[in-house]
Design a protein around this ligand. Structure first.
Ligand code: B1M
Length: 210
């Protein structure tokens, strides 16, 4: 099955074969969301398990991440269709101390696809920078991503930074990333939690509808 081939090549860090197979899957009429979930994300999850169990090491993870980027760039135009009505502005980024940006990039692509205007601050973003950008851009909400248990507490600092600018309650905060939970979101005073990119879009749309 082509999904297994994509996942396997991604684990091998094959930057040529992954985008080729993704194109092939799309040419066969497979849904881009399924190619993402069952091919690319499944492969990356397997890399995560092997990394934890010390079957693969950091350079292997980096190669897999490069292959993932190559695959996502083929999917990107399909996930983010143009021409939808504008739904408001979102400032998004990965919090300070955290360099994981693949999930955050996917959330940004899907939000754009759903008609949101996305200001992507990138990775390793300090709390004050989120608050500054939210104010300057007139953002409807700020999206925070964290993949490390050690960087999750930075999310609480962003909530604080927004409050000290008088933006608390006005600019909503959405949090996500593998270690983040609904309970954690509640604990730090974030308004929304999303498990994955698709639910991030659903929650943002519900928020935009009011
Ligand atoms: Co790192 N890493 N990593 N890593 N890495 C994890 C996160 C880890 C779980 C691996 C493991 O041990 N099994 C572990 C964290 C352990 C912990 O904190 N409990 C870990 C570690 C330890 C580290 C280093 C410390 C390793 C070291 O140096 N010894 C180091 C830290 C660097 C730093 O950030 N300061 C490190 C480095 C790296 C690389 C740079 C090599 C690379 C990142 C490359 C990049 O992002 N450009 C990397 C990778 C690739 C991973 C794993 C294997 C995969 C992450 C990923 O991209 N997943 C990861 C293991 C894992 O998560 N399975 C791991 C695919 C992506 C689509 O999923 O990011 O979860 P994800 O995003 C999802 C959802 O979470 C959600 O939607 C996305 C799409 O569905 N989501 C949101 C994400 N953000 C959201 C925001 C939202 C809503 C939903 O609202 C705004």
């Amino acid at each position: 099955m082509i999904y297994d081939d994509i996942a396997r090549r991604l684990q091998e860090g094959d930057e040529d074969q992954v985008p080729r197979l993704v194109s092939q899957a799309l040419a066969h009429g497979l849904a881009p969301e399924e190619v993402l979930e069952k091919g690319l994300i499944a492969g990356m999850n397997a890399v995560g398990v092997k990394f934890r169990e010390r079957e693969v090491f950091l350079p292997d993870v980096l190669l897999a991440a490069k292959a993932m980027h190559a695959g996502i760039s083929v999917l990107k135009p399909k996930l983010a269709q143009e021409g939808l009505p504008a739904r408001g502005k979102v400032v998004i980024g990965t919090v300070q101390g955290d360099l994981h940006d693949i999930g955050k990039n996917l959330v940004a692509i899907m939000l754009k696809g759903a008609g949101f205007e996305v200001v992507d601050l990138g990775k390793d973003v300090p709390p004050e920078r989120f608050a500054e950008a939210a104010e300057k851009e007139g953002a409807a909400f700020v999206g925070l991503s964290a993949l490390l248990t050690t960087t999750m507490p930075v999310m609480a600092k962003v909530v604080e930074a927004l409050r000290s600018r008088g933006l608390g309650g006005k600019v909503k905060v959405m949090v996500g990333g593998a270690p983040v939970t609904q309970d954690y979101a509640r604990e730090i005073g974030a308004d929304l939690y999303a498990f994955d990119a698709a639910s991030a879009v659903e929650r943002a749309q519900a928020l935009a509808r009011g």
